[in-house]
Design a protein around this ligand. Structure first.
Ligand code: AMP
Length: 221
């Protein structure tokens, strides 16, 4: 049975960075709802057109839209893929729809990793975040800069940009959304025995080590 993880946590808690690492070095596929939506918006697809206004304002995209997109992505990857769902589910209805969708496909979740970090740390982190416009790799000018100033380590692209929704007022709104809509998932998954809390305020290398020990524990269970 391939490992399937959900990464749960506020924006800027490092979910994307860690999911990228699992994909780069450990045979996982990162399914980032934010990346999927941004790609659809760029393509001006029907889903992209539906989602654009929500994403740019830091509002959550309607549950049925995101659920459809993410389950389609799971189907495309097939039953054998080790997955990290990064940024999905973000509401209780999404979590229930994911549970139903996986059951219909005879799939299960291995664990839900909860990235714990305080709001004050997040605002500082997000203001330094930059994303490569060519390949989507993420950096942080303060905590995780590219090796060469302004150049993407992964693809050599030179457009390291700030996301529209990473501006401070939008960030605060996204944090409020997180507390109101997403935080209830912590209890939901704890009750299912799937929750694995993680100190996400530690440096990225330490957080990665913690995730790898968790994976080893899951493997031997
Ligand atoms: P992220 O890159 O995960 O911070 O997501 C960026 C934006 O995409 C969010 O602020 C939402 O507008 C939208 N989004 C991503 N994932 C979801 C989700 N699971 N449910 C609703 N909206 C989402």
């Amino acid at each position: 049975m391939p490992t399937r993880l959900v990464f749960l946590g506020p924006p800027g808690s490092g979910k994307g960075t860690q999911a990228e690492r699992l994909q780069r070095d450990h045979g996982f596929i990162q399914l980032s709802s934010g990346n999927v939506l941004r790609a659809e918006i760029k393509l001006r697809s029907e889903v992209g057109e539906q989602a654009a206004a929500f994403v740019n304002a830091g509002e959550l995209v309607p549950d049925d839209v995101i659920t459809r997109v993410m389950l389609a992505a799971v189907d495309k990857l097939g039953a054998k893929a080790a997955l990290v769902l990064d940024g999905f589910p973000r509401t209780l209805p999404q979590a229930a729809a994911l549970g139903d969708g996986l059951r219909e496909r005879d799939m299960t979740l291995s664990a839900v990793v909860d990235f714990e970090i305080r709001d004050e740390k997040i605002v500082a982190r997000i203001s330094g975040r930059r994303v490569c416009a060519d390949c989507g790799s993420t950096y942080n000018l303060e905590f995780l800069p590219p090796k060469q100033d302004g150049v993407c380590d992964s693809c050599g692209g030179t457009r390291l940009e700030q996301r529209k929704d990473d501006h401070p007022t939008v960030v605060q709104h996204r944090l409020n959304e997180y507390h109101a809509q997403t935080e209830p998932l912590i209890k939901y998954y704890r009750e299912q025995g799937l929750l694995q809390p993680l100190d996400a305020s530690a440096p990225a290398d330490e957080v990665e080590q913690e995730i790898l020990s968790l994976l080893a524990k899951l493997d031997s269970a």
